[in-house]
Design a protein around this ligand. Sequence first.
Ligand SMILES: NC(=O)c1ccc[n+]([C@@H]2O[C@H](COP(=O)([O-])OP(=O)(O)OC[C@H]3O[C@@H](n4cnc5c(N)ncnc54)[C@H](OP(=O)(O)O)[C@@H]3O)[C@@H](O)[C@H]2O)c1
Length: 345
Amino acid sequence: MSSTSKEGEVVCVTGGSGYIGSWLVRLLLHRGYTVHATVKDLKDEKETKHLEALEGAESRLRLFQIDLLDYDSIFAAVSGAAGVFHLASPCIVDQVTDPEKELLAPAIKGTNNVLTAAKELGVRRVVVTSSISAITPSRYWPADAVKNEDCWTDVEYCEQNGLWYPVSKTLAEKAAWEFAKEKGLDVVVVNPGTVMGPILPPTLNASMLMLLRLLQGCTDIYEDFFMGSVHVKDVALAHILVYENTSATGRHLCVEAISHYGDFAAMVAELYPKYNVPRLPKDTQPGLLRVKNASKKLMDLGFSIHSYGTNHQGFRGQFTEQWIYWYFLVALQCLAYFLVTFEPR
Ligand SMILES: NC(=O)c1ccc[n+]([C@@H]2O[C@H](COP(=O)([O-])OP(=O)(O)OC[C@H]3O[C@@H](n4cnc5c(N)ncnc54)[C@H](OP(=O)(O)O)[C@@H]3O)[C@@H](O)[C@H]2O)c1
């Protein structure tokens, strides 16, 4: 990626307060951009304080309160931006009681609102954060073919099985492509795997919660959700790459490797024998073909993905300290969560 300073260029990051969003805001500020970051509640310090503390934030970060269903709030945040990174979307892989309200409306209508504002305001390029959940589960994908950007989640299967997060991500991404085609807006998409790594906000997001549960002995195999993991900094860098590199087009799978959740659990168990990490079946994602260098499209743009998920030596060598850091952060988050959630009776 070129190191040209982007001084003076304004970009908007929706979901800037979130796990991936905060890393993206941090790296964009570092590259010289002026950032409009959106939060759900400007009065909630848990959403704002960690962003305000970032280097460069004092002079080049503006926070905007948005609701994905409120077009005017989005319009205000996007105004003045040359580019938009659309990350804001509910990220819930557990069961929900009202899928339409909790997941589908904010994901799909929210995407349409962001793209409409971008088009009206003459934004040059929009990067939409989709997911591997818009790629898998996909029961009609040929059994002998490696999953790639051509593969789409089977929405009917997901609806029948109450898998509302993949439905929300798939329909939101499809809505983005439809909008781009119909209205002539420049859209590129990043499809990250399960994102792991240091947490900047003082809250625990869905993917790091998976890691915490694993360390606590949870035997869930996330059969319909997992396809590989990826470091959070890589995900943020991939967003910047596809924004800045004008030859980037279409979807971009962003995983360290296509792998099974059982591989990930085995690696965590080996590294941390003192914790109660369960031994899961070898193939936790039946039929999923494993492959290294799965993010070929990103790599062809000059991107290099940190190797940690499948390379135990590399992982040990490069990330041991980071993992300890993660674990302590996660433990702290957990403690904070219990303190906030369980009031004395
Ligand atoms: N984490 C992963 O493993 C992973 C993998 C693939 C794709 N993704 C995608 O990456 C994006 C960011 O995910 P994340 O892991 O960073 O999750 P996160 O920490 O929960 O961030 C989600 C962000 O969206 C905002 N948001 C949610 N609903 C909103 C609404 N109705 N109005 C305004 N803002 C709203 C949240 O605001 P609050 O903080 O105020 O709630 C938060 O800033 C999402 O699109 C997710 O689907 C995540």
